[in-house]
Write a protein that binds this ligand. Structure first.
Ligand SMILES: [Fe+2]
Length: 285
């Protein structure tokens, strides 16, 4: 009998944004908007203190502060890898002297932002469901032996189906998010960098159960206000031992920004080759 469990969606229904500080908004604009082709949110944080960059149904939040970088990489789905290559080539000169670089890999484009965040950019396809533009996953590097405890945390505490997998590079914990996203925790023998304060924002259907678990253990780092709370410590529920650090902004589905419509432009639109009524990009295939 087919159990149809592939139709199930776990308790984390959306990974909405990744927040990494950037020290220079002009350089961030050149990389995220001009190079990567994302769209500056036209409504919120439109000054020099922060920029929100829309990527389909996801966002990067980029406050102006000392740089932060995730130890791992961020998956990105784009509609056209060749167009991305051309845009990255066009910003190369403007980003000289930063950590910006990119290379063509077997099935993706590997891109490093001016401050060391790494992206793997894939063309839209069946592996990503109907996502034509977006952030399908974030992959964090973790110390050896940590993936199982991390997966137990997301499975048992957050209510998100999680499993341990292995591939050519080793062991990883995969946490299912929403219809077509995941959080990945990949074990590495290399030293893992100290956590520098970046965060991710997720929406959960059941809010009170993870909150109660974390509150009871003194792990809520910012208490509930405006339908959200924050925590940083991922603990193995078998031992209550901290197995990973990353701030989570946890929002209920009653948060006013849940599934907020995000403006996306088609970066292929140009002044010279202008096509009428094609300014917007619909981020689904
Ligand atoms: Fe945030």
């Amino acid at each position: 009998m087919i159990d149809h469990s592939d139709e199930d969606v776990g308790n984390i229904v959306l990974l909405e944004h990744v927040n990494v500080q950037v020290p220079d908004q002009a350089v961030a604009m050149m990389f995220y908007i001009v190079g990567m082709g994302f769209t500056r949110d036209p409504y919120l944080n439109i000054g020099l203190g922060n920029m929100w960059a829309n990527v389909g149904e996801q966002q990067f939040h980029l406050p102006t502060r000392p740089a932060q970088a995730i130890d791992g990489h961020i998956g990105v789905v784009v509609p056209d890898l060749d167009a991305l290559k051309n845009r990255l080539a066009a910003v190369k000169e403007g980003l000289t002297g930063t950590q910006f670089r990119w290379s063509v890999e077997a099935d993706h484009l590997a891109v490093t932002c001016p401050w060391g965040n790494r992206f793997q950019c894939y063309p839209a396809g069946p592996a990503f469901g109907d996502m034509a533009l977006g952030i399908p996953y974030v992959e964090f590097l973790v110390a050896p032996g940590r993936a199982a405890g991390i997966a137990r945390f997301y499975d048992q505490v957050m209510g998100a189906p999680s499993a341990i997998e292995s591939d050519a590079q080793g062991t990883l914990g995969r946490v299912q998010v929403g219809r077509n996203q995941s959080l990945i925790f990949r074990e590495t023998e290399k030293p893992v960098r100290d956590y520098d304060g970046h965060h991710i924002a997720i929406y959960v259907a059941n809010f009170s159960r993870p909150y109660a678990f974390l509150k009871k253990r003194g792990l809520v780092s910012e208490d509930v206000q405006n339908h959200q709370f924050r925590f940083k410590e991922v603990v193995d529920p078998d031992s209550d031992r901290c197995v990973f650090l990353v701030e989570h902004e946890v929002r209920s589905l009653r948060h006013p920004m849940f599934r907020r419509f995000l403006v996306n432009r088609d970066p292929a639109q140009t002044q010279r080759g202008y096509r009428r009524e094609r300014d917007a990009f619909i981020p689904y295939s």
